[in-house]
Design a protein around this ligand. Sequence first.
Ligand code: AHR
Length: 506
Amino acid sequence: MGPESTAAKITIDPAYVVGPVRRKTFGAFVEHLGRCVYTGIFEPEHPNADEDGFRTDVLDLTRELGVSTVRYPGGNFVSGYRWEDGVGPVSERPTRLDLAWHSTDPNLVGVDEFAKWSLKAGVEPMMAVNLGTRGTQEALDLLEYSNIEGGTALSDQRKANGASKGYGITMWCLGNEMDGPWQIGHKNASEYGRLAADTARAMRMVEPDLELVVCGSSSPGMDTFGEWERVVLTETYEVVDLISAHQYFEDHGDLQEHLSAGHRMEVFIKDTVAHIEHVRSVKKSTKQVNISFDEWNVWHASRDESKVPTGSDWPVAPVLLEDKYSVADAVVVGDLLITLLRNTDRVHSASLAQLVNVIAPIMTEPGGRAWKQTTFHPFALTSANASGTVLQLAVESPLLTSAKTVDFAALSAVATFDSEKGEAVVFAVNRSSDQPLALEVAVGSLGAVKVVDAITFSNKDPYWHATADDDTSVAPSGNGSVKVDGGTLTADLPAVSWSMIRLSVA
Ligand code: AHR
């Protein structure tokens, strides 16, 4: 069903604030999975590799993407990982089976390499501990190795391995997707809740101010979702800061349904907040636990790209989850980021899953080029331009209905306002698969505004995707329709489009 009307209206008022633009909204994820690490961030034989074996072309693109935090080393991988395998002289490190992705890991990259890479990339590392095959002691050991300055067995081991200073890692994930039957060592909610609470308490004895993320259910579609949050938070509420949310969106061939992804994420956030608030209320706590949306993206998980090796095939760094993203996928990614920002009061951290090669905005050829997927653009532009505060908008939009999702707004929008910069930025997605939207924005309460930049990403063929040979011919470009007349801004938003309008505010 198409929209009843093709006009939408936003009213902006800087007095109505949702919360700050958090840099941590612009996080990403590096897992030992496929070619994310090996031939992704790390490829010593590559002509562009630096003295540590890191690809400088990937480092450059990571900086250009504007990534803040990077979650590591998994993902499903972490639930079978022995962090000790990845430290010390490389020639002495064991090669291990990675059961999560049916691969072989040579352990050429571990905690020390990742910390070094993070420094070069200008990102903050966010570390996950293994609560699948391991437990509290190993989490404490990794914390001691990473953060204690010296004078203990493990911190001195780190020093001997070349890192004289502690890494000061503050964000820690207490396991990964522990309700998933695919997860090594997966648990029921009370088993996991107890383990997570014990581990959190012990980690806080070492460093009281760590930012700890307990696992929420692995997706809103899980039968466990809701009850899992209740039981796990009942055990952990006072010792954790954040609960994780994970959600992936796939295009099953129905474009309008695919474009409802932002709406579905919004519902998931609201539901997760409701589960958190239930526990807070029952506990009569004044503390607020928030959301770490630490896996989100488009992932065409049922396509061949996601078929893991089987049988006696245990390859090193296989081609896995190497989705090619269309313009429509980029519009969805832009909308998901708008949705995360719009919920900045409760979503305090997020990680695009993942960064390189594996369902990623950055792709590489082994020994060859690095290039940008379509999804790179909305992420980079939002990260570079959203600043200050997120404003609460009044939105009037026609509604859409698709195969499984009913009555969602055709317009998805958020605005940020930075009084120091004298700038307001509107990010907007037209979720209609076939109808343009005539957008009107009431900007009068901002004062005298001028359009600094107006950019739209859309294409005649919404299924166009970039390749190593052509990642530039379809890209965000100027939107000449954007005009300001008195207190009203108008813009034409094509069907299946993402836009950014930057305004200077006098
Ligand atoms: O990002 C790919 C995988 O998706 C992660 O390893 C896992 O946590 C999730 O199921």
